[in-house]
Design a protein around this ligand. Structure first.
Ligand code: PEP
Length: 250
């Protein structure tokens, strides 16, 4: 759509030990060359597995990414990982402002902005997540919420090389519930219009993913919607067959 190359990204969250590298190997072995030529495929394992997953996908088109980063390069931030450290391991992307980070680690839109700048500084592509809660949707505020999150979170001068947006309604994540296709298309159109205002000419190249209970059975319908340039997949990315089933929607 609009010349944008689709991206199917998996977010393993806090799941996976060394035995899970087999999942990445299965994805690598079973991703058809034809599909690999048409779409970008990304897996974001826990940071403990990034190095081994990079090794397991070496020489393939599958990219590996982080799930979070600290905005600073280095310093006294015990337990944190910088964009430079992720890049050093071979990561190409990093998820920024996932709703679980916002909910459990009090991440703010300003913090998301700083982290997105950190990702860019290290040459990573930041996947900036936005999404409304169920209360916000029921109050008719979904569009206002996601537009505000984007307006604050998106750094000036964002390009398609350093930025992807992911619309992830909080209530759809891990719940098995998804918005109607009409609602998804409405939010994506609104985000694209906002991107046009914020990122000028570059905006039409920036991809907007949908995330929230995407699975093989609903992928085709969701991924064919206008302005949906791919998916951010949680639960279904833990099983190679399911993740590949979603990729196969393209
Ligand atoms: C996510 O965590 O980004 C996500 C979309 O999760 P799930 O696919 O499990 O709803």
């Amino acid at each position: 759509q609009g010349g944008r190359r689709p991206l199917v990204a998996g977010n393993w969250k806090m799941n996976g030990t060394r035995s899970s590298i087999a999942v990445v190997e299965q994805i690598r072995e079973n991703l058809s060359p034809d599909l690999a030529a048409r779409i970008d495929v990304l897996i974001c394992p826990p940071s403990t597995l990034i190095g081994s997953c990079v090794a397991a996908t070496y020489g393939s088109s599958i990219a590996i990414g982080g799930q979070n980063l600290h905005a600073r390069t280095s310093g006294a931030f015990t337990g944190s990982i910088s964009a430079e450290m992720l890049a050093d391991l071979g990561a190409k992307y990093v998820i920024v402002g996932h709703s679980e980070r916002r909910a459990y680690h009090h991440e703010t839109d300003d913090g998301v902005h700083a982290k997105a700048l950190g990702a860019r500084r290290a040459g990573l592509c930041g996947i900036i997540c936005v999404g409304e809660t169920i209360e916000e949707r029921e109050q008719g505020r979904a569009l206002d919420i996601v537009r505000a999150q984007l307006a604050i979170g998106l750094p000036k001068g964002a390009t398609a090389a350093d930025t992807v947006i992911a619309y992830e309604p909080v209530w759809a994540i891990g719940s098995g519930r998804t918005p109607t296709p009409r609602d998804i298309a409405e939010v994506h159109a609104s985000l694209r219009e906002m991107l046009d205002k914020l990122a000028g000419d570059e905006a039409r190249k920036i991809r907007i993913l949908y995330g929230g209970s995407v699975k093989p059975s609903n992928a085709r319908e969701i991924l064919s919607l206008d302005n949906v340039d791919g998916a951010l997949v949680g639960g279904a990315s833990l099983v190679a067959e399911d993740f590949l089933g979603i990729c196969a929607a393209y």
